[in-house]
Design a protein around this ligand. Structure first.
Ligand code: ATP
Length: 228
């Protein structure tokens, strides 16, 4: 497996509004090759929202992100191609088998990663390869979703609570896969309770530090009102 390169992913001054309410403001982050950024913060503090902003699934109201210094918003297709986003939603089409779903995903993403059988094997679900996805257990569905990380190459992995529903073996498989990804210069941003050794490229970002204060909320709401 080749080295991804010495990339850098950064965000500055990010502000996010969901359902009309400010969730975070003035948020900066920086991630280098092999780096891990762990998002912390209480329920509702905006961890999922930030992950979706990073994946360009939600637009930031202010601020911007760069990849190797180039503005991410200038080339959305390039950004989509360099990342994998694994969120909460179970996107599995019920009637298709695990193998069919993963094959579809692999082909859609250019087929640059390891084979479908090998990926299912890494996550311990190759014995369920022919099974319609609707009959997989929640932990098996999660393992299938994570197998997508391996069937196409992308230096940036954005993972929203990836260990929910996984047993100890599943968590160990994910930890191994992440370690290999990092060794190749891959980056990971995750909202997770997995314990990473801090230092050595692992940083934590506490979303509660970027919660807008009451004055900022009023000012931002007034601005929004003026703009409507
Ligand atoms: N699609 C949406 N529409 C409106 N509001 C939303 C939407 N998604 C999230 N929110 C709101 O944005 C805020 C941040 O939610 P988010 O899911 O990002 O937090 P979180 O830190 O990931 O929470 P948790 O730890 O509970 O998963 C919450 O107040 C939530 O109600």
């Amino acid at each position: 497996m080749e080295y991804f390169g010495d990339h850098r992913f950064e965000g500055a001054g990010l502000r996010c509004r969901r359902g009309g309410r400010l969730v975070f403001d003035r948020l900066d982050f920086a991630l280098g090759a092999g780096g891990v950024l762990i998002l912390k913060g209480p329920n509702g503090s905006g961890k999922s929202s930030l992950l979706r902003v990073m994946a360009s699934l939600v637009r930031a109201e202010a601020g911007g992100m760069t990849w190797d210094g180039a503005t991410v918003a200038d080339d959305p297709a390039a950004h989509a191609a360099r990342l994998h986003y694994v969120g909460h939603a179970d996107a599995a089409k019920p009637a298709m088998s695990a193998e069919e779903l993963l094959t579809f995903w692999r082909e859609m993403r250019g087929g640059t990663g390891i084979g479908v059988g090998a990926a299912l094997e890494r996550f311990g679900i190759s014995h369920r390869a022919d099974f319609p996805a609707r009959y997989l257990s929640s932990g098996q569905k999660r393992r299938l979703a994570l197998s997508r990380l391996l069937v196409s190459e992308a230096p940036l992995w954005i993972l929203d609570e990836p260990t929910v529903g996984l047993d100890a073996n599943g968590v160990a498989a994910l930890e191994e896969v992440i370690a290999e990804h990092r060794a190749r210069g891959g980056m990971v941003v995750a909202a997770t309770h997995i314990r990473f050794e801090t230092g050595d490229g692992v940083t934590e970002l506490d979303l509660s530090a970027f919660a807008p204060g009451p004055a900022e909320l009023d000012a931002a709401d007034a601005l929004l009102g003026a703009a409507v």
